[in-house]
Design a protein around this ligand. Structure first.
Ligand code: NAD
Length: 337
């Protein structure tokens, strides 16, 4: 295989992968997996939400570059790194509903600028690219599992800037494939969870675990009946590799998410039980937390049959295991802090 113009990517000792956002939660799990497959890896991360502690610093097959993708000052460096890579994973992005809601401009422009920089470099160097979009593009949710043919829905409420920017970059990725013939994949992750996810991002499971470990109230929004399906980060990283090895998935969106739907109120109870604490659970309306302009999301559960059918992927770790791994990681962090 000419590793520099492949239809699909094989991951082995001759593969050099570039992972933007590789010091983050999902990115670092992906780096672990790539190193396990004996690939060499370069990470670009501005450490805005990632940490070098997430990476095996000193591993001779790992190079770490700390700068911001999308900043004009580093466009040449991005081009150089993309030119050296056999496969590019673009995960770098501001994240979290909380940030999207409060810092719409920075979040939207951050996604667009980094997306444009990576897509342009992949176009010029003709490098295969996998992009992590988000289930946020489906908008407020559905009362049934969401498939890739469900419409992308956004409006001008602040929260949806993140989704609209992700959706715009999806078009650039599809254009790479359909207009320029460059292998490109779009993954729409739903709720991922597990070790290394930070509670500061406001994502529900680490927030609950953090509160429970401190003996503080777990704040459940609205009626607590909204459902999500949590996917263990290791299952998610494995899914990304399988997607990039599948020809038929090029140029189209692919859902990536868990298979067990859980009501958020029940998730809070599971966390209290698993941490073995007496932390109270309190209910608050999300509008009281975020303000009246907040767009509330009801059920958001993925249909992942496209990914399973095309690649054989399925999640191997249960929600309970995901919660347990999240707790163990956060307990260890607290001991080391
Ligand atoms: N966590 C989830 O449940 C979830 C759900 C849907 C989509 N996603 C997407 O998956 C990807 C990974 O998310 P995550 O949960 O690992 O988040 P994360 O914040 O842990 O990882 C993102 C990393 O990107 C870095 N970063 C941000 N902007 C950057 C830039 N311009 N240049 C260089 N580095 C930059 C951050 O420092 C961070 O380390 C993101 O694209 C996110 O939008 C995540």
């Amino acid at each position: 295989m000419d590793n520099h113009s492949p239809d699909v990517v094989e991951f082995g000792p001759r593969t050099h992968a570039l992972v933007t956002g590789g010091a983050g939660f999902l990115g670092s799990a992906l780096v672990d997996l790539l190193l396990d497959r004996n690939c060499s890896v370069t990470v670009i991360d501005d450490l805005s939400n990632g940490s070098l502690r997430n990476l095996p610093v000193g591993n001779p097959r790992l190079t770490i570059r700390t700068f911001r993708v999308g900043s004009p000052a580093f466009n040449a460096a991005v081009h150089d790194e993309v030119g050296l890579a056999d496969a590019v994973f673009h995960l770098a992005s501001p994240i979290g509903v909380q940030l999207a809601h409060t810092e719409r401009f920075a979040v939207t422009s951050g996604i667009l600028e980094s997306g444009c920089a990576i897509v342009e470099a992949c176009r010029l160097h003709r490098r295969p690219l996998l992009y992590t979009s988000s289930s946020e593009v489906y908008g407020s949710g559905r009362d049934r599992p969401i498939t890739e043919s469900d419409p992308v829905v956004t409006d001008l409420r602040p929260r949806w800037g993140y989704a609209a920017a992700k959706a715009a970059v999806e078009h650039l990725i599809a254009g790479l494939f359909f207009d320029f013939g460059i292998p490109a994949w779009i993954v729409r992750p739903f709720n991922m969870a597990g070790p290394r996810q930070r509670s500061a991002t406001g994502l529900v499971l680490p927030v609950f675990v953090n509160s429970a470990l401190r003996g503080e109230p777990l704040v459940v929004h609205d009626d607590g009946e909204q459902r999500r399906a949590f996917l263990h980060v290791t299952d998610a990283a494995e899914g990304l590799l399988l997607v990039m090895q599948c020809r038929s998935l090029r140029g189209r969106p692919v859902n990536l998410g868990g298979s067990e739907a859980v009501q958020i109120g029940n998730l809070a109870r599971m966390v209290v039980e698993a941490t073995n604490t007496n932390a109270p659970i309190v209910m608050k309306s999300s509008n009281a937390v975020y303000g009246e302009k907040f767009a509330v999301t009801h059920d958001r559960v993925p249909d992942t049959s496209l990914l399973s059918t095309m690649t054989g992927w399925r999640p191997l770790r249960s929600t309970r295991q995901t919660i347990a791994d999240c707790i163990e990681h956060m307990r260890t962090e607290r001991v080391m802090a």
